[in-house]
Ligand binder design. Sequence first.
Ligand code: NDP
Length: 254
Amino acid sequence: MSLFTLTGKTALITGSARGIGLAMAEGLAAAGAHVIVNSRQRVSVDAVVEQLKAKGLQVSSAAFDVAQEDQVLSAFDGFDKAGVAIDILINNAGIQHRQPMVELSLKDWHRVMDTNITAAFIVGREAAKRMIARGKGGKIINIGSLTSQAARPTIAPYTVAKGGIKMLSRAMAAEWAQFNIQANSIGPGYIMTDMNKPLMENAQFDAWVKSSNPAQRWGKPDELVGTAIYLASEASNYVNGQIIYVDGGWLSVL
Ligand code: NDP
């Protein structure tokens, strides 16, 4: 399926040492891309690179904190010096913080906003700047959430940031479509990852997920891969500023 091939492309996937990011890293590499694996922890990034290389995939590592502008700038400086050009960026790194809003500190508000929305702007800006200069277009995929569309109690900054992700993709499309850059969002439903461990272990929450979702189950990280490949490939060259929910149909029902 040449329409979906990523051969010859380089993809940076932030927060790809585990969970959804790791699944997308393996999936994009299997579709032919050279994938740069990222997280804040050098040790876990290197371990993932070894694991994926053992499967015959083309991967390399870049450990940096996406929420620290100086670290992002220095990582891109390193890519420039090494002759690495990013064709596909997936802004996936994210954190959660659960607390009622009336008890929430400004520090925790900023911590979540910095990682879940501001970082997508910073990394997106650095990637797009270079894509525009190269003149070959590019693909940006920002990972949103069900909370890009609907709120849940106790996760206010996460909800605001993920709503922002949907609009950041549109802002990117508005400015960068003319340079053949497509920027879209994926909104995953509740997926079985470390981030949701406390929720999966909570019998009441687990039952709520299974009873509210028409699919009657949690999603698996590798169920995001097909949509990521589609949005990273030429198959989506005239799709821009959209959000695709991969949620088992959850947002379609009352
Ligand atoms: P995980 O907690 O399993 O993984 C998050 C990854 O991001 C880790 O590799 C983590 O590594 C990395 N990370 C966190 N902060 C930073 C940072 N500042 N800089 C670089 N890397 C960072 O999360 P998921 O796989 O569950 O989530 C991935 C994305 O999908 C997030 O944006 C999340 O909001 C979103 N999402 C998840 C859903 C779910 O149900 N799981 C549902 C909807 C959206 P380290 O901590 O070592 O840096």
